[in-house]
Ligand binder design. Structure first.
Ligand code: PMP
Length: 388
């Protein structure tokens, strides 16, 4: 009976732990493995070898935690792609952009000012809220959807607005909703690369976040960066980084440098090969899924239009990272369950603070995974026509 109660309490605590982590599984699975074939083809040129004695110190020779060589390559990359203006901006690194999201909130919320209100527009990437709640600070609080605050006259409200552009989950290019001198805006441009969106303009906002995870696909290396205009905000973010993790792994910085060199055409070609591969893959996936879903009355996808891309110097077809599926039948309020019953596992709309009539499907996983998704979606839509 002792072993029974032991195993019972073990399985109970395991289920508590799992249920605690379950919201996390819901957003953690956006791995861009669709880029793996590119890296298989460039296995040798993208490899790094690090001898045991190499890079042992906490710091670089200039006493900082930041590789100046990597910083230079990031500036070159933005200039090449034309997606963000780095002139006059400071660059800070983080363990993925995840670490920077909260670091920036800290940097924008000084101790001696009123508590700042953190907001984003539904549907939004869940981490903004989850992290803000986790840190539970007196200096900042989660305050929900921007639309709740848009037309309020109390403009003294001291907001920090997250703007994800292109947006996760629906791939749309977004602008800030709240505009007043007392609002700081954090632009999360994780997906503002030619594989996921047309580059429509050179972004020049005061705070712009990017991540290696979505450009090269190396999510596991945990490397992100932010371009910051204001020196005071930059200094406070550095303080956060120094106290929180003493900078970013030097091994990771070395790997990021190598990968960026390769995608910028280390072997010639000015980087077009990488972005053409990325864009072609995502565009074709979107087109194939669209063809299937457009024959359905039961499901619909977000509407995206072709746009002129300054990088490809062409009008390009939509190529979002995710499909934002809607269940159109009145009675099918739980779209996640509807798709799951047919073997399609997405992320429920409520994960993004939207209705559960929506589900996000990832289109950036491996080719096999995507083929299964298409087969199952095709079967579902065919079944709908048989019912008619
Ligand atoms: N922002 C957005 C909009 C994302 O979708 C993600 C990852 N799914 C991140 C930030 C975090 O990515 P990472 O920490 O890997 O840089």
């Amino acid at each position: 009976s002792l072993s029974l109660s032991l195993s019972l309490s073990l399985s109970l605590s395991l289920s508590v732990i799992l249920s605690f982590f379950s919201p996390f599984w819901n957003w953690v699975l956006g791995d861009p493995l669709f880029l793996e074939p590119f890296w298989v083809q460039h296995a040798a040129s993208s490899a790094i070898v690090v001898a045991g004695w190499h890079r042992m110190s906490y710091r670089y020779q200039d006493n900082s935690f930041v590789s100046k060589e990597l910083e230079k390559h990031i500036q070159k990359l933005h200039a090449l792609v034309g997606n963000a203006n780095t002139t006059g901006k400071f660059i800070a690194f983080g363990a993925g952009s995840t670490q920077l999201l909260n670091g920036l909130i800290y940097a924008l919320s000084p101790n001696d000012s009123p508590s700042r209100r953190i907001v984003a527009s539904i549907p939004f990437y869940p981490l903004y809220k989850l992290q803000t709640d986790l840190f539970n600070s007196v200096n900042f609080k989660w305050q929900g959807d921007t639309s709740l605050w848009k037309n309020r006259s109390d403009s003294s409200m001291d907001f920090i607005e997250f703007v994800t552009s292109p947006n996760n989950p629906d791939g749309k290019l977004k602008n800030a909703v709240l505009e007043s001198p007392s609002v700081d805006t954090i632009f999360d441009h994780a997906y503002y690369w030619p594989h996921y969106s047309a580059i429509t303009a050179l972004a020049n906002e005061d705070i712009m976040i990017f991540t290696l995870s979505k450009i090269t696909g190396h999510a596991g290396s945990r490397f992100g960066w932010v371009l910051i205009k204001d020196e005071g905000v930059y200094e406070r973010l550095l303080r956060f980084m120094n106290l929180n993790s003493m900078g970013v792994s030097r091994d990771t910085q070395l790997r990021a440098l190598k990968l960026l060199k390769v995608i910028m055409g280390g072997g010639g070609g000015g980087g077009k090969e990488f972005f053409s591969f990325g864009h072609k893959t995502t565009m074709k996936r979107w087109e194939r899924l669209n063809r299937i879903v457009s024959a359905s009355k039961r499901f619909s996808l977000q509407k995206l239009s072709p746009q002129y891309c300054t990088y490809f110097q062409n009008v390009t077809a939509p190529s979002p990272a995710y499909a934002w599926v809607k269940c159109e039948r009145e009675e099918e309020k739980d779209c996640f369950a509807v798709l799951k019953a047919s073997g399609i596992i997405g992320r429920a709309g409520s994960v993004f603070s939207a209705e559960d009539r929506y589900v996000r499907l990832s289109l950036i996983k491996s080719e096999d995974n995507f083929d299964f998704l298409l087969q199952r979606m095709d079967a579902l839509v065919s079944q709908e026509h048989e019912e008619e």
